[in-house]
Design a protein around this ligand. Structure first.
Ligand code: NAP
Length: 297
């Protein structure tokens, strides 16, 4: 019999993953802070819980996908947190992007109660969550990674066990450096192309299949040209990830020049009230500097 799965956090990413777990036939229980987001899952056959502790009491594997480090701490260790409902032997899989250091501390706190934990942050955007094609970077014990594989296969395509507790989060931060510095390059290139009077769609068509091709170029550059700022990933959450990168880089004593630059450009956009827009709206910071609007005819 497959293990009972509980899912906490039905946001942009969580709802796609939870839908795929239901589709794969898992016995699923869900909890979301804003209760209305649980309705579609109840209709589709999932159980709903009153709080994280209640969800944990009904689950063998508990998956979390919430915003930031304090939010994971709250749903796992808070007053009505998972730790108060989970049985010894239960497995917590945190797919949020949070502090690698705090992840190690939480794994140790859960281990005191015999509860296992994997950090399993994800990449692939809202599209990847919907389609079940996420990349998952996993930190923790090999035995628990093997146990989690049926769940991972229902939500992701590239599953890599990268090391012990916290290593998944460190690799995710590597991923975020790559994403934002790529988006900076795309933004600069589009402002340049606009200034040069190029046909932007033809330009993208010409460069996407070459050495400059990337997931961000394929999925987000067309959105920039259409001036569609709906978020696959909001600037506010992206900024949280860059804060985590800069904190870790500081602890490691390594420079992070590109990340620091993008962090400050996103800060400009947050101050302009654009934190809810997608991370590809980074282009707006460069447009302001250049006095040029991409896509304007
Ligand atoms: P989102 O749409 O803003 O959803 C956030 C979810 O977390 C919501 O369900 C929210 O509940 C819940 N939440 C936040 N704080 C909470 C708290 N203190 N207690 C209980 N629930 C709380 O965000 P998302 O884009 O799905 O991102 C979720 C995580 O995945 C983040 O760590 C993000 O960095 C990571 N991630 C996102 C992407 C992406 O492309 N979007 C890609 C990879 C990784 P409410 O509904 O009540 O607000």
């Amino acid at each position: 019999m497959s293990e009972r799965v509980g899912f906490i956090g039905l946001g942009i990413m969580g709802r796609g993953m939870a839908r795929n777990l239901l589709r794969a036939g898992f016995d699923l229980c869900v909890w979301n802070r804003t209760a209305a987001k649980m309705e579609e899952f109840a209709k589709a056959g999932a159980r709903t819980a009153a709080d994280p502790a209640d969800l944990a009491a009904q689950s063998d594997i508990i998956i979390t996908c919430v915003s930031d480090t304090p939010d994971v701490e709250e749903v796992l260790l808070g007053e009505r947190g998972v730790i108060h409902g989970a049985q010894p032997g239960a497995l917590v899989i945190d797919t949020s992007t949070i502090s690698p250091q705090a992840t190690k501390v939480m794994a140790a706190r859960l281990a005191e109660r015999g509860i296992h934990m994997l950090d399993a942050p994800i990449s692939g955007g809202s599209e990847g969550a919907e389609q079940g094609t996420l990349s998952i970077m996993v930190g923790g014990d090999a035995e628990q990674v093997a146990r989690a594989m049926p769940v991972f296969r229902a939500i992701g395509k590239t599953i890599t066990h990268v090391g012990g507790h916290g290593a998944g989060q460190m690799v995710k931060l590597v991923n975020q450096i790559l994403v934002v510095v790529t988006m900076l390059g795309i933004s600069e290139a589009l402002v340049f192309a606009q200034a040069g009077g190029l046909d932007l769609e033809k330009t993208l068509q010409a460069v996407s299949g070459g050495a400059a091709g990337s997931w961000m170029l394929t999925h987000r550059a067309p959105q920039v040209i259409r001036r569609d700022w709906r978020p696959g990933f909001t600037i506010d959450l992206q900024q949280k990830d860059l804060r985590l990168v800069l904190e870790a880089a500081d602890q490691l004593g390594v420079p992070a020049l590109g990340t620091g630059l993008v962090f400050n450009l996103y800060r400009v956009l947050q101050r302009a009230g654009l934190g809810h827009e997608g991370n590809h709206a980074l282009v707006k910071a460069l447009e302001r500097l250049a006095g040029i609007t991409v896509g304007e005819r």
